[in-house]
Design a protein around this ligand. Structure first.
Ligand SMILES: *[C@@H]1O[C@H](CO)[C@@H](O)[C@H](O)[C@H]1NC(C)=O
Ligand SMILES: *[C@@H]1O[C@H](CO)[C@@H](O)[C@H](O)[C@H]1NC(C)=O
Ligand SMILES: *[C@@H]1O[C@H](CO)[C@@H](O)[C@H](O)[C@H]1NC(C)=O
Ligand SMILES: *[C@@H]1O[C@H](CO)[C@@H](O)[C@H](O)[C@H]1NC(C)=O
Length: 468
């Protein structure tokens, strides 16, 4: 059995030698090329040896799985005397030729097989042409063109009392082949549990047998640590005790930090705000990759990093998504810092509202860079909004044709993301409008006039009720 192929090979060689004698010989091959990067100049080289007289050279670009062959270069010895594209030189007794095709700026669409067909005149009969061909697969790589990290399912509310899963999505597109995508936290590679399916409800993240290495090496019982820290804090006032944990993880609920005066909150308050669930576990990260091939041969890779958020330690954590690709000399990266909203900046327009104006109250930014995008909820303190609804979701609250009775009304905006929540209050001052007659909207006297009447009525009613 073993001898058979070599025997057949020997017969073939012998046959070839006999044929060579009759026809002359012709060998064709294309020089191998390593993968090239889009934008590079590429030269395909077809080498052939023959002792015959050349008839033609044809280069083909093969597409659609070999079904279509498109001529990209033809040299016809019968009609052309232009040899400038060909280098020929004598080497011993043989004629060695090289035909080259140059692609000055190779594109991803140039990726694929190429063939070089050479024909020589048969020695015996001039009418016959002997053909041989060589082929090559031109592998065109392209580095990713974009990278982006977003949070899945945003905006989402903050929950103080329930563990929330959080997913960061890194989207890398334009690469060919598909790049390798991975996450880092504060510069350290995250050792995540790979998932083959998208993270679905039901596979608990806290199974003990999971092979993971925690990123944060610290005391697991944070409640205990909090206590001892606050004790230490009480002992040596002013300086925080130095621990291996960054001091920012002791940052209490950002909403409590809204006023500078409330910054010195005892640690015990923080512990009460965050129930035990957030103290119990080190993060277990799950990683899922999905690939979507584009029509141009590039692949969009989405890497999903999911874990159970712990606002206390995850607030201000820096996550980066990095990409390795053979066409990149150094990794490409995008980063985000998870941050709860702090100190919303509120703008009211017009700055001096008059009765009948449409007033817009807009959150136009925060004291810090917030990620992910917060959820905004507006309420009117102690009452319903102008349209009768209890709350309004959105960045901008619009109060149309404000009546004088809204003067002094207080509005609360809650901005929250999964890392925290903050409230801001703003009071609406409406000035009287000379264009609006005072009968209907008596702005000047309204505070003491109609309100006073209402007060009297209410008092009368209370008295009546007490009497019966
Ligand atoms: C020969 O080919 C070169 C480039 O391929 C061209 O510039 C030149 O004009 C051609 N000469 C003749 C005689 O066709
Ligand atoms: C978080 O995800 C796990 C597993 O994916 C699931 O069991 C759990 O119910 C999720 N928790 C929340 C609050 O959605
Ligand atoms: C609204 O209240 C402010 C003082 O808080 C007062 O200056 C203003 O005149 C009041 N506007 C109306 C329409 O009563
Ligand atoms: C509003 O009432 C005050 C006195 O209560 C008066 O001085 C003022 O001129 C009034 N304004 C207008 C616009 O009538």
């Amino acid at each position: 059995m073993r001898a058979a192929p070599s025997l057949r090979g020997g017969i073939c060689l012998l046959l070839a030698a006999i044929l060579d004698l009759a026809r002359g010989y012709l060998t064709v091959n294309i020089e191998p090329l390593p993968p090239v990067v889009a934008g590079d100049a590429v030269t395909l080289k077809c080498n052939f040896k023959t002792d015959g007289r050349m008839r033609e050279i044809v280069w083909y670009r093969v597409t659609d799985g070999g079904t279509i062959k498109q001529k990209i270069f033809t040299f016809d010895a019968m009609f052309s005397t232009n040899y400038s594209h060909m280098e020929s030189y004598r080497k011993r007794e043989d004629l060695v030729y090289q035909s080259t095709v140059r692609l000055p700026e190779v594109r991803i669409s140039d990726n694929g097989p190429y063939e070089c067909h050479v024909g020589i005149y048969d020695r015996a009969t001039r009418e016959k042409v002997v053909l041989a061909s060589g082929n090559i697969f031109l592998n065109v790589m392209a580095p990713p063109t974009s990278i982006e990290v977003v949070a899945a399912d945003t905006p989402a509310p903050f929950s103080r009392y329930q563990a929330q899963n959080f997913t960061l999505v890194c989207i890398v597109s334009g690469g060919k082949p598909a790049p390798t995508v991975y996450f880092k936290r504060d510069g350290e590679l995250i050792d995540a549990v790979p998932l083959s399916e998208p993270p679905a409800a039901g596979s608990g993240p806290l199974q003990d047998s999971r092979p993971f290495r925690g990123l944060l090496h610290r005391d697991l019982d944070e409640t205990k640590m909090q206590k001892s820290l606050s004790l230490l804090d009480a002992e040596n006032r002013g300086g925080r005790p130095s621990t291996e944990r960054p001091s920012r993880s002791l940052t209490p609920d950002p909403s409590l930090l809204l006023q500078p005066t409330t910054e010195n909150i005892p640690e015990t308050v923080v512990s009460r705000e965050f129930p035990r669930w957030v103290h119990s576990a080190e993060p277990v990260y799950f990683l899922h990759h999905s690939r979507a091939p584009g029509s141009d041969g590039t692949v969009e890779v989405r890497a999903l990093l999911t874990w159970t958020l712990n606002p206390q330690i995850d607030n201000e954590a820096l996550f980066s998504c990095e990409v390795k690709h053979p066409a990149l000399s150094m990794p490409m990266q995008a980063e985000v810092t998870l941050v709860a909203p702090k100190g919303p900046k509120i703008v009211m327009t017009p700055s001096r509202a008059r009765v009948g104006d449409t007033v817009r109250i807009l959150v136009h930014g925060f004291q810090n860079e917030v990620f992910p995008e917060p959820l905004f909820t507006w309420t009117r303190v102690g009452s319903r909004l102008l349209d009768g609804s209890a709350e309004f979701a959105g960045k901008e609250l619009v109060l149309e044709r404000v009546p004088a009775e809204l003067n002094g009304s207080m509005y609360r905006c809650t901005a929250q993301n999964p890392l925290g929540s903050t409230d801001t209050h703003t009071r609406l001052i409406v000035f009287e409008n000379p264009n609006i007659p005072r009968g209907t909207e008596d702005s000047n006297g309204s505070a003491s006039g109609p309100a006073g009447v209402r007060l009297t009525l209410v008092l009368a009613l209370t008295v009546a009720l007490e009497l019966t």
